[in-house]
Design a protein around this ligand. Structure first.
Ligand code: NDP
Length: 310
């Protein structure tokens, strides 16, 4: 299969490209800064993230598209300019995918589109004890992330009317050798990693291997379409995640790290802290597992042991 991965230079996309290559598939990665490195089976192509005509040409011969493109949400305080980039990069790419597919309609269309989203779709819940179990049929929540996810998901929706099977992945925090874990580890290794605020907010997580495995499963399974929560079966809150990560880096349980006060996080990071650090979602992946996907790392302890192995 030939797969076009938008956002294929990123943390998840590059792991997905490696996995596709390992099983004999080929990949095109459109990018603002295409890599020069030559890897057999991967074509890097210049693309500005929004132009449908050049994207339509890149889709020539592709059986699948995976759209992971988006400005990083954790890149700093959500100023109006950063918020605009977070929304606009995602909506522009989704609309470009739909328009590029439309331009190719009748001339050999990919059969499947995997569209990224996030569990933030369901809103920001500050306490795991009272947070709802969010299922894929639930409506979007309130707040910037929820509204961004709703617009992001809608951006490529016209692909469905063209008969393209569209799967939406609502991911939790992806744990791998990069991404959020790489940003957290220095503090935890210095024994400075405490819970954030009350520590009661849900912390939906998924190992990168399972994130990639789920995307491959959705690409390969013709009966799959629509939204899928991607979060590991073991639901934890922020304090539970913090305790497990401290254990994994060797900090003794009798020496707990002090929490980072919520007011200080809000002062430093504003809305980003309020929605992404001091709140979370409980979003079980029942629909994904019912469709036949098995998690390789269902527990946080096993996931961290794998990721922190020397
Ligand atoms: P990365 O930030 O690692 O990669 C995102 C990619 O998008 C980059 O490779 C970049 O490609 C492209 N990009 C970024 N900003 C822009 C922009 N302003 N205009 C055009 N292109 C842009 O993301 P991840 O791999 O971590 O995540 C992939 C997607 O999954 C993201 O949309 C993210 O929101 C979502 N997600 C990620 C989670 C996680 O824990 N990592 C959790 C839930 C959802 P290039 O620079 O080559 O053009």
């Amino acid at each position: 299969m030939h797969v076009v991965i938008l956002g294929g230079t990123g943390f998840i996309g590059s792991a997905l490209a490696r996995a596709l290559l390992a099983r004999g598939d080929t990949v095109t990665i459109p990018s603002r800064a295409p890599r020069a490195a030559v890897v057999q089976g991967i074509v890097h192509a210049p693309w500005n993230g929004r132009d449908p005509e050049s994207l339509a040409r890149l889709l020539e011969g592709a059986q699948a598209v995976v759209n992971l493109l988006g400005e990083n949400i954790a890149g700093g305080r959500w100023t109006p300019q950063r918020k605009a980039r977070i929304v606009d990069s995602r909506v522009a790419a989704g609309q470009a995918v739909a328009a590029a597919l439309g331009a190719r309609n009748g001339g050999g269309l990919p059969t499947v589109l995997v569209q990224a989203s996030a569990v933030g779709y369901y809103g920001a819940w500050p306490d795991m004890a009272t947070a709802p179990r969010c299922g894929e049929d639930d409506p979007p929540g309130t707040g910037f992330l929820a509204q961004t996810c709703a617009r992001w998901e809608a951006s490529s929706a016209p692909a469905q009317a063209m008969g393209v099977r569209r799967c939406i992945i609502r991911s939790g925090v992806v744990l791998g050798t990069g991404g959020a874990l790489a940003r957290m580890l220095p503090a935890f290794r210095a024994w400075l990693g405490g819970p954030l605020g009350s520590g009661r907010q849900p912390f939906p997580w998924i190992h990168l291997t399972d994130e990639v495995g789920a995307i491959l499963h959705l690409l390969d399974t013709p009966s799959c379409s629509g939204p899928y929560n991607l979060a590991a079966p073991q639901a934890v809150d922020n304090a539970g995640f913090t305790a497990e990560l401290n254990r994994a880096v060797g900090r003794p349980a009798w020496l707990p790290a002090p929490p980072a006060p919520a007011f200080a996080l809000r002062l430093a990071l504003g809305e980003l802290a309020q929605e992404a650090l001091l709140a979370g979602q409980v979003a079980p992946s029942d629909r994904l597992t019912d469709s036949g996907h098995t998690f390789r790392f269902p527990t946080l302890r096993a996931a961290l042991a794998d990721l922190l192995a020397p």
